[in-house]
Design a protein around this ligand. Structure first.
Ligand code: HEM
Ligand code: SF4
Length: 511
């Protein structure tokens, strides 16, 4: 699949492996792999192709896989969350779950011998992990308060599901979209606050009116990585809701067939757009669709600050509220998951929602149940009114489970947020994002303060360091942060952050 613009170098090993056998072909082999155990599995299947089913071999904890689900629009039923809790509960201390920055769930501790049973259980509750890793379309994000927010413009839930069903063939796996040049992110915003971080997605839909019809303006090509971070750019297209899924299908097909594949650092969608220019890209998508696309509306409806949805808010349904609860750095154990599922059953409509800030929302709490809800013991851990910094902190997996990590992240992020929030007061929320290596899974570039783990030298020894980015903005005029300081030793970080918070973010020492 060499295209104009690619250097005539040899095929990357990933392209070779994909050409040899599609990841989805492993469906037939899962039973056998469960029987023979992780050590006997073909290494390319184990470390690479199993990711087509969301199964990540973790070299740090060999034999304990991470399982990445798909949770369209970040919405789960209590039954689904309880089923996931049961799955991780069987692994005791080794079992846990993380809420990710794509409104998704990753389960930890999963043993390959249990996978057929786990997949049956997930299937029974309507969940799939298919095509959630490697060169596939990641969990599709939507508005976390879709259908319940009084100021909502478009309910994104069915649209997100429709796109997921198209890409995964209703969860069965779809070989039409299982060999993209690289990973791919899609987001659909439904209200005015750009809740999905449109700018860092390969395709983003933003509500926009054209001739009094509410549809979407389309952005394309945004992504973050260790070597390039770029905001999505306007495609100069406006679509009605019913055209969202077909347009995604057409863009994916054009990208699949034409996207550069030889250098994995230069194969995300934006590289194809760079190569062709946006006009040609748009024309090729129209050709694939077989129809002309409307030009973009003059403006989209995004305005103002992005809400983190933490706290108690009245719903558009009179008499009901939703509660946004802070899950510090997104980490859940099995008991937490049972407790949240239980909260949704007792007080809500059996629904739990996830946010890109790694938090949860429990919708449909009746006014007269609110007082009792707020007394529930689990709200001590997952607060609707958390401390500043803890409220906003986001972290990638880091050294505990990820072999790419150069530093420990989640624990450190939480300890520092707690300590600094005891010592300082803040005029405004400050979003600190941690990421354990330059791969940037924790999205440091969208944060007020973004920390990227690395290694440095001090007194002849190798030490953990971070590069510090500042100035990332979300919401209407979103911008990516830029490098502020390089190679700050993690052992000095508290002092450095304290000073930065005071000098650049107007924090004030308490007493
Ligand atoms: C070559 C670059 C990258 C590699 C090799 C990579 C690899 C990984 C791995 C191995 C994990 C799972 C770690 C674990 O939980 O055990 C992970 C998680 C994740 N990655 Fe990446 N990643 C890359 C770039 C990115 C980028 C640029 C983004 C988007 C900004 C991203 C988003 C995520 C998300 C959302 C998760 C889930 C965990 C979380 O919420 O932080 N990744 N990545
Ligand atoms: S940023 Fe690095 S350490 Fe963190 S999850 Fe991604 S690959 Fe792992």
């Amino acid at each position: 699949m060499t295209k104009a613009g690619d250097k005539p170098t040899k095929m990357s090993k990933f392209e070779r492996w994909k050409a040899e056998k599609d990841g989805l072909a492993l469906k037939e082999e899962l039973e056998n792999y469960a029987r023979i155990g992780w050590e006997a599995i073909d290494p390319v299947d184990r470390d690479f192709r199993l990711k087509w089913f969301g199964l990540f071999f973790r070299p740090k904890t060999p034999g304990q896989f991470m399982l990445r689900l798909r949770t369209p629009n970040g919405i789960l039923s209590s039954e689904q969350l309880a089923e996931m809790a049961q799955i991780v509960a069987r692994y005791g201390e080794d079992g846990s779950a993380d809420i990710t920055t794509r409104q998704n769930i990753q389960l930890r501790g999963v043993r390959i011998e249990d996978v057929p049973d786990i997949f049956d259980r997930l299937d029974r509750v309507g969940l799939t992990s298919v095509q959630s890793g490697m060169d596939n379309v990641r969990n599709i994000t939507g508005d976390p308060v879709a259908g319940i927010d009084a100021t909502e413009l478009i309910d994104t839930r069915d649209l997100v599901q429709e796109v997921q069903d198209l890409i995964t063939n209703g969860g069965e796996g779809n070989s039409a979209f299982s060999n993209l040049p690289r990973k791919f992110n899609i987001a659909i915003a439904g209200s005015k606050d750009n809740s999905v971080h449109a700018e860092i997605n390969d395709i983003a839909f933003l509500p926009a009116y054209k001739d009094d019809i509410l549809g979407f303006n389309v952005l394309v090509g945004g992504y973050l990585s260790s070597s390039r971070c770029v905001s999505a750019i306007p495609m100069n297209v406006w679509v009605e809701a019913k055209e969202v899924a077909p347009l995604c299908g057409a863009i994916l097909t054009v990208y699949r067939d034409n996207g550069p594949r030889q250098n994995r650092k230069k194969s995300r969608l934006m590289w194809l757009i760079d190569l062709w220019g946006i006009e040609k890209f748009r024309a090729e998508v129209e050709r694939e669709l077989g129809t002309k696309l409307a030009t973009a509306a003059a403006r989209d409806e995004i305005e103002g600050e992005k809400s983190d949805r933490i706290g108690i808010y009245p719903q558009k349904q009179s008499g009901y509220n939703y509660a946004g609860l802070n899950v510090p750095v997104g980490r859940l154990c099995a008991e937490d998951m049972f407790a949240l599922a239980n909260l949704a059953e007792v007080y809500g409509n059996k629904e739990i929602r996830l946010t890109v800030e790694q938090n949860v929302i429990i919708p449909y709490i009746e006014n007269d149940k609110l007082a009792a809800f707020l007394e529930e013991p689990i709200l001590k851990k997952f607060s609707p009114n958390p401390k500043p910094l803890v409220r906003e902190v986001v972290s990638c997996t880091g050294a505990q489970f990820c072999s790419f990590a150069l530093i420990e992240t989640k624990n450190r992020a939480l300890v520092l947020a707690e300590e600094l929030s005891e010592e300082l007061s803040f005029p405004e929320p400050i979003r600190i994002h941690w990421t354990g290596c330059p791969n940037s899974c924790g999205q440091p570039q969208v944060a007020d303060i973004g920390l990227i783990g690395g290694k440095g030298r001090k007194d002849g020894k190798t030490i953990e360091v971070v590069d510090i980015y500042t100035g990332g903005k979300v919401g209407k005029n979103s911008t990516l942060g830029t490098l502020k300081m390089k190679g700050v030793a993690c052992e000095d970080l508290k002092e450095v952050l304290r000073n930065l918070l005071i000098e650049q973010f107007d924090a004030e020492p308490i007493n």
